[in-house]
Design a protein around this ligand. Structure first.
Ligand code: PRT
Ligand code: MG
Length: 216
């Protein structure tokens, strides 16, 4: 019988890694070195058949879809923006929670006229405004969206909001929630078939870990 290659789980540094590691630990999985401080991009675990792949948050879906990783953890925002038809997403991990929101100057109305909206979530934003019959002019940015209204480049932004502190610090206010966001476990479709037993076991273990965590 051929020796099966280890399963690979794609994670991004920052809050997703921070909040996924405790769940993995509940499943008995501990990285061989600290992924946050290590420069390695592939990190083994105490389980020979499981290793971690460290990628950018927005790169998790393509890695998993195209077989660079068997599994991954990605925000619903990232999945919605990427389009998740090519992936299975069997489990909501309930971590890295926030809201995807329309924001702008307090009391302004984004449903009137032809608002200029800056965002990195261009696909979600296009769909959202189109569904509401609003003819928005979209400006694609890669970060610090809050700046666009301050310099008069846009009237509104679509961004993730947690405490609201970033918006407030820049004279903006949350106006409407587009989606409640948390991170999901995603699985490569071929891996789900080929490595079904091992993938299923990990998904089930993580589901248990999420339940245990949430009942704390
Ligand atoms: O940072 P990088 O460009 O590498 O990638 P990334 O920004 O996509 O990754 P990361 O690690 O910042 O976020 C990963 C995932 O965490 C996101 O895809 C979300 O699903 C989730 N998440 C949860 C958040 C937040 N909360 C969050 N608050 N992602 C980003 N933020 C940012 C937000 O964009 C804004 O700049 O935090 C700021 C707002 O926070 P408050 O508390 O001031 O409202
Ligand atoms: Mg970030």
């Amino acid at each position: 019988m051929p020796i099966s290659r280890p399963l690979t789980l794609a994670l991004s540094k920052g809050r997703i890694l921070e909040e996924t590691l405790p769940l993995l630990e509940r499943c008995g999985v501990v990285p061989e070195e600290d992924p946050e401080s290590s420069r390695r991009l592939i990190i083994g675990t105490n389980r020979q058949d499981l290793r971690l792949l460290i990628v950018r948050a927005t790169d998790v879906p393509p890695y998993v879809e195209h077989g660079g990783a068997d599994l991954g953890v990605a925000g619903r925002d990232v999945l919605m923006e990427y389009g998740s038809e090519g992936l299975y997403d069997p489990l909501d991990l309930g971590i890295a929670r926030c809201r995807l929101m329309v924001a702008g100057r307090p009391g302004t109305d984004f449903t009137r006229g032809r608002p200029r909206v800056a965002t990195k979530f261009i696909n979600i934003t296009r769909r959202y405004f189109a569904a509401r019959g609003i003819q928005a002019e979209l400006i694609k940015l890669y970060g610090s969206m809050e700046l666009a209204p301050l310099v008069g480049m846009a009237d509104f932004i679509v961004d993730l909001v947690d405490t609201g502190g970033t918006l407030r610090a820049n004279g903006l206010a949350p106006l409407e929630t587009i989606e409640e966001i948390s991170s999901r476990l995603v699985v490569n479709k071929a891996s789900m078939k080929i490595s079904h037993r091992r993938v299923r076991a990990l998904v089930d273990d993580l589901a248990e870990a999420v339940k245990a965590q949430e009942s704390l």
